[in-house]
Structure formats: C-alpha cells, structure tokens
Design a protein around this ligand. Structure first.
Ligand code: FAD
Length: 344
C-alpha cells in the first residue's frame, strides 16, 4: 500500500498554524478516501510536542520529527534538508504540505532531489478509479483542471483557504526523531530579525471576513467637478479600522499610486486584485468606485458573496459579476456606513 506523508512546520509556540491544520484535514480525507488505515506526519520546527498531539488527533499514526533551534526559522537549506530527510524516512509516495511561502519555496527543489513530481496551488483532492487526483486552476483562475499522475513520489502543495482547519482536542503521540546532519553550508544564511509594518498599516488581511475593494473612481472628478482624494482616504481608512476588512484595489488605482500621485498612500501593488493581481478567498466582497471589468473581476473567483457600489448602472458588475449592485455614490454610501458602524 502507498504511504502518505503530511509535511508541516510548527509555530514558535510548537503548535500548527491554520494552513497546516487545513492540510491535516485534507490529508485525513485523502487517506480515508484511498482506504488507508494510517498516514504519517512529518514535523519541522524548534518545538514539536504540541503539534505532534494535534496531528495524532487528526489521524496520523506515525509522527516523524526534525526538531531543534536550527529549524525554527524559514531558511531554504535547513528546511529542504529537513523535508528531504522526512520524505525519505517515511518512504512516502504521496506528500501533502500547505502552500505557504515557506513550503512553496522549498518543496519543488526537494521534489527534484527525491526524483518526484510536484503540483503547487492544489485546491481540491479527490479519488478517481482508486487513485488520487488534484484540482488546480490555470490561466489566472479561468480554467479548472483535474490531474492524476502515475509518477511517485508526488508532492502536493495545498492552497490555504481551500479546506476547513482541523479541530479537535490534541492527543498524545509518540514521536520518532529523524536525524539531519547540518554543515556550515546549511547555516550560511541566518535570520537576524524581522521587520514588518505596524498592524494598522497592514491592509492585506487574508483571514478577514470581508474584502473591500477600491477602484479608480475614488480619485476621479465627482459630480461637483472636483476630486476628493483626501476625503476618499479618510472614508476608506475609517471603514478599514472599523471593520478589520482586507483592502483590495483595481489595477488602475494602484498604478496611479505607483506614479506618485497623492491618492490612497496605503495602497500598493500587493493590494491589486485580478488577472495580474491576487485571487484572495474571503466570504464576502464589496467593490466601490470600481468598474468590474473582466481582468479585475476574475480575481473575485473565490469570493462567495459579491456586492458593488457604482454610479453607473451599466458597469461590469451589473453583467452577472456581482450578486448585488447598488447604483449609488460610494462617497455618500460609505460615509453613512461608517456613521452606522461607529455607533455604540
Ligand atoms: C492584460 C491586462 C491585465 C489586467 N489586469 C488587471 C488586474 O489584475 N486587476 C485589475 O483591477 N485590472 C486589471 N486590468 C485593467 C482592467 O481592465 C481595468 O482597466 C481596471 O480594472 C479598471 O479599474 P477601475 O474599475 O478602478 O477604474 P475605471 O474603469 O476608471 O472605473 C472607475 C469606476 O468608478 C465609478 N465611480 C466614479 N465615481 C464614483 C462614485 N462617487 N461612486 C460610485 N462609483 C463611482 C465609475 O462609474 C467607474 O465605473 C488589466 C488589463 C489588462 C489589459
């Protein structure tokens, strides 16, 4: 029978982060669908005991670990060495890992070392004729394909947000340490610190309930013949602070910001949604002053409930791209929404 390995790294507190718990759900479901009586978990991190309990509760019967301070920080050389050692120790044919930036960077190279094949951005796992099949999107989320492979080992990176996170009371598991010999070459890169913007300046929030999209209309001349960029900035900033929504943008608006124009200084290309931007997964989305053209709306593929506010009843959202289109002035609407949200 084939072996399945769940490959995850632990957080500083020794537990698993949400993407790892989601991949645990996926691994358990795939193992069950394939009729496996067990699967193996491979853990990488400084502390692994708590995570070992979580994966044991999630159905892993064997827990292999590469643990220690050397494996706390994401670093290609040590992460790759750990992943390779765990893959070899488990003799796995199927290897599932969360598609985090850490594993996305490392696992294609590890797969090459193992002589295997890798699929990134996997959004679903099924079983067809007794064999696993992965679903992934192509051409900027326009085409969905289901693939099977006969080559093994097969590494599958599961996109965060595509599976529910595993929930359960952590159990106890017997862990089997796997030795990794590190040389100076592995330690050539050291992480000396972490610089990140303050929490309130961080407007891309993947876990938010709502995606709030701003379009170029916020910076265009309004019915009074004037632009109102400063007011737009206040309205949007207040809304984000009041709701904790994630901020998305059309390409036109982030491009304006890139040209140094004084519009919405907190927008960068990281906020761009669409064909040449991001395809986030939020339960709800609200587009404002954004036309809803296809190259933008294609980035809304995974947003379930879509609404838009636009002055133009003929805008792109009206053509089947939004569930609800409010034909209204977004300045007036959002001003009032903020007033309502600010009420005690
Ligand atoms: C190869 C290619 C790739 C692209 N990739 C992307 C991409 O990844 N993402 C992306 O977004 N675009 C992309 N585009 C560009 C896309 O086609 C559109 O040009 C862009 O999305 C338009 O941005 P917008 O809707 O903000 O601006 P506009 O088209 O200028 O629309 C502004 C809207 O604001 C409305 N408005 C103005 N004032 C108000 C008000 N007070 N209240 C309510 N509504 C108001 C107007 O009615 C109008 O509909 C791409 C284009 C190409 C060719």
């Amino acid at each position: 029978m084939a072996n399945l390995l769940l490959l995850v790294c632990t957080e500083p507190d020794g537990r698993l982060a949400r993407p790892a718990l989601e991949t645990l759900t996926a691994a358990k479901a795939l193992a069950d669908a394939l009729g496996f009586t067990s699967f193996t978990a491979g853990l990488v991190g400084e502390q692994v005991e708590a995570a070992a309990g979580e994966v044991a509760n999630g159905g892993a019967t064997r827990v292999l670990v590469v643990a220690g301070p050397e494996f706390a920080q994401p670093r290609y050389a040590t992460d790759a060495a750990a992943a390779e050692a765990l893959a070899r120790a488990s003799q796995a044919d199927l290897i599932l890992a969360p598609a985090t930036s850490r594993w996305n960077r490392v696992l294609p190279g590890v797969t090459h070392r193992l002589g295997g094949r890798v699929d990134t951005h996997v959004t679903n796992l099924t079983v067809r004729d007794g064999a696993p099949a992965v679903t992934r999107w192509y051409y900027r989320q326009r085409l969905e394909a289901v693939l099977r492979r006969s080559h093994r080992p097969w590494v599958m990176l599961i996109d965060p947000g595509t599976h529910p996170a595993w929930v359960g009371t952590p159990g106890t598991a017997r862990v089997e340490p796997v030795a990794v010999t590190l040389t100076d070459a592995h330690r050539r890169t050291t992480v000396v610190g972490c610089r990140k913007p303050p929490a309130d300046a961080q407007t891309v929030r993947p876990d938010a309930e709502l995606l709030f999209v701003t379009g170029a209309g916020w910076t265009k001349k309004q019915p009074d013949g004037q632009v109102h960029s400063a007011e737009a900035e206040t309205i949007i900033g207040d809304f984000l602070n009041l709701t904790g929504a994630s901020l998305g943008s059309s390409k036109s608006l982030v491009d304006l910001g890139g040209e140094g124009q004084a519009v919405l200084p907190f927008l960068t290309h990281l906020n761009q949604i669409g064909q040449t931007g991001a395809t986030p997964r939020h339960p709800k989305g609200l587009a404002t002053c954004c036309h809803g053209e296809e190259p933008h709306a294609v980035g809304w593929r995974f947003v379930n409930d879509r609404r838009a506010v636009n002055l133009d009843a003929n805008c792109g959202w009206a053509r089947g791209k939004a569930d609800v289109l409010y034909v209204a002035d977004a300045f007036a609407v959002m001003r009032q929404v903020n007033e309502l949200l600010a009420q005690p």
